[in-house]
Structures are given as C-alpha cells and as structure tokens.
Design a protein around this ligand. Structure first.
Ligand SMILES: [Zn+2]
Ligand SMILES: [Zn+2]
Length: 359
C-alpha cells in the first residue's frame, strides 16, 4: 500500500516537473495579441488578454489543497456503468445507418460529431488518453465513443477554448485533408491551427458571425478562462457558439459557469434554439475556490434561459477533473428536469458513442 502510494507520489512529482518545464517553454512562446484588435477595445478585452464580461471574479483558489487532494484521490476510479458507453462497432454502424439524416453523436466530454445539411462538424476534439501536455494531466476514464481513425471526413471543427480536454493537439495534427477543413475558433486560437498547416481559419470575437458551408456560426460570451501553460492565462478567448442552418438552430457551450444574464441574452438574440449542448459536470471543485463550471441545476436553467426545445448533456462522465462522482451529473440533470416537469423526451442523456437524429 505504502509502496503504491510512494510510486504515485513519484509519478506525480516527475509529471509536475515536466509540466512546469513544458509550461515554461509554452509561456516563452506566447505571442503578442496587439495585432488582433484596433481602436477602442470591447469590455472583455484587457491590455494583453481577455476577461469575463460582466466581470466575474473567481474567489481565491486554494491550489495546494486541491493538488494534494488530487494526489490522495488519484487511486479512486468510479466504475463505469454498463449503459454509459456503447460498443465501438455498434457506434459506427449506428452512425452510418443514419448518414443521410441530421444527427448528433456524443464522442465524450465536449466532443460531439454533428451532421447538419450533409456537413460534418466536430466540436472541441478530445481523443487523447490524457488532458495535459506530454505525459502530464489526468487520464480519461472512458475511451472516445468513436476513435479518431474511424471518424467520417470532417468538414468543420468548432472550438470553444484551448483547455486540454477541449483542444487535442495530436488529434488536430493528425487529421488528413487539413487544407479543406474549416476551423471556427475564438480570438487568439487561429495561430494554433495555422502552425499545424490549416488554412481555412475563422477567428471570431464575441458577437461576430461567419457563414461556412451554408451554416452560420456566431460567437457568444461564456464565463470561463483559457490556458495551456502557466504563463498564458486568458491570452486567448473563450466562447460559446450558435450554429444556424436553414431549418435548425443549435447552441454549443464547451465549458462555462452560470450567468443569470448571458444565456437569457443569447436566447433572446437567436429567439430560442431547437437543441442546446450543455456542459453539466466539473462543479465539484468549487470547494477549492474554482467556479468555472455549471452544476446540473444551473445547466438546466441555462437551457431554459436559452429557450432550448431539447437539452443535450455534455462535459461529464468522461474524465475525472473534479471532486463530484464522475457519473453524478446526469442523475442530477434528470432529477431537476423531472422536478421542473420538463418533457423527458426533450432531455437527452446520450451514451458515449450514441447517435441521435436531429429532427
Ligand atoms: Zn475549460
Ligand atoms: Zn473542460
């Protein structure tokens, strides 16, 4: 037992060293953002970075206690419920069977494969074993519903922010046909894709829109932050997206805390959504002072504020990044929907790998 504990500590220490070293390198290579704006800055732009607006100051984080608890709890693993994940072959068969429909497939975390008007859109790709640089970072608990190699040809990649569980560098690097893939990203993330030889990059500030392959993407605020190293906090922007086709309105948020105003404003601006993909996990770290994610009750309220006909749960049950039990968020999401008498057919808790038709 003691040996196992010491091994864990040793691995953690090595990882921490590598992490700081990698972060140092990443921090040194941070680029100047001054060329990205001109004239008066919007309120969410600071001198050299970005901030939430309306400004939400997180309480002081108790970082050491958080890291220590992560070491102690690193041996725990929640048992994956039998009905949480569908078999990979079945996942691919089901996707192919519905190939001529508009569909959503949940790959895990905030990675969703959307098929709209014949276009394949991938949100926040995360296929890696770990969410972190190199060998550092927590391991995923559940494998991707469809492996990167089995994906259909991707037409559009949409990114909400640059955290490792939302932007997988190896996956982005590995995709074939990069020059034909449109990439829709918040301000500052274009460089990441340019460095990997993508050329069709649409880099948007909040409240800006672009039409790509007949679909209109609009960047909306969300309440979060960005970083991939120790010295690049908030140097790139974070956002949620509306995706509008000729007959459907979708909302996608990768990671966000709750806001009593932002979701209402988006719901009013777009006049409601047919579908909203809403993050429901990673709320358990609030006791350490981190408040960057919604709990399931807040996610449900956000869905109501957005005037979403159907709410689709994402960002849960994939990787243990937080103190709540890994499979708790969906239970609470269902519970609050039932209490509020929301039509259960309009609350989608997809299995990882499952595909559903967007009617
Ligand atoms: Zn995040
Ligand atoms: Zn996340």
């Amino acid at each position: 037992m003691r040996k196992r504990w010491l091994e864990s500590l040793h691995i953690f220490t090595c990882n921490l060293y590598i992490f700081f070293f990698v972060c140092f390198l990443i921090g040194c290579s941070s680029f100047s953002r001054s060329e990205l704006w001109a004239g008066d800055k919007p309120s969410h732009h600071t001198e050299n970075a970005f901030q939430n607006y309306p400004l939400i100051e997180p309480p002081d984080a108790q970082g050491f206690r958080f890291i220590w608890n992560k070491i102690v709890s690193s041996s725990k693993s929640d048992k994956i419920p039998a009905d949480h994940l569908i078999d990979k072959k079945r996942a691919i068969d089901r996707y192919r069977k519905l190939e001529n429909e508009d569909t959503v497939t949940w790959i895990g975390q905030s990675t969703a494969l959307l098929k709209i008007n014949g276009k394949v859109i991938l949100t926040d790709p995360f296929f890696a074993k770990r969410a972190g640089p190199g060998t550092f970072g927590p391991s995923r608990s559940v494998p991707p519903g469809i492996t990167a190699g089995d994906l259909p040809a991707v037409n559009i990649i949409v990114i909400s922010h640059n955290h490792y569980d939302h932007l997988d560098a190896d996956f982005v690097e590995s995709l074939p046909n990069k020059k034909n893939i449109d990439v829709v990203v918040p301000l500052g993330i274009g460089e990441f894709f340019r460095n990997k030889d993508y050329i069709k990059i649409h880099e948007l500030d909040w409240h800006h829109s672009v039409t790509v392959k007949g679909l209109k993407f609009t960047s909306h605020p969300m309440v979060h932050y960005s970083s991939r190293g120790l010295f690049d906090k908030n140097k790139t922007l974070w956002c949620s997206w509306s995706i509008l086709s000729s007959n459907k309105k979708l909302f996608f948020a990768g990671d966000t805390a709750f806001s009593p105003t932002i979701f209402k404003e988006i719901g009013t601006e777009i006049d409601g959504f047919d579908y909203a993909l809403l993050p429901i996990g990673t709320y358990g770290n609030r006791k350490y002072g981190f408040n960057n994610h919604m709990n399931p009750m807040e996610s449900f309220q956000a869905g109501l504020d957005l005037k979403a006909q159907t709410m689709i749960a994402i960002h849960w049950g994939t990787i243990d990044l937080s103190e709540e039990p890994l499979f708790e968020p969906a239970k609470l999401f269902k519970k609050v929907a039932m209490e509020k008498q929301f039509d259960p057919k309009r609350l989608w808790i997809l299995k990882i790998g499952d595909t559903r038709v967007l009617e």
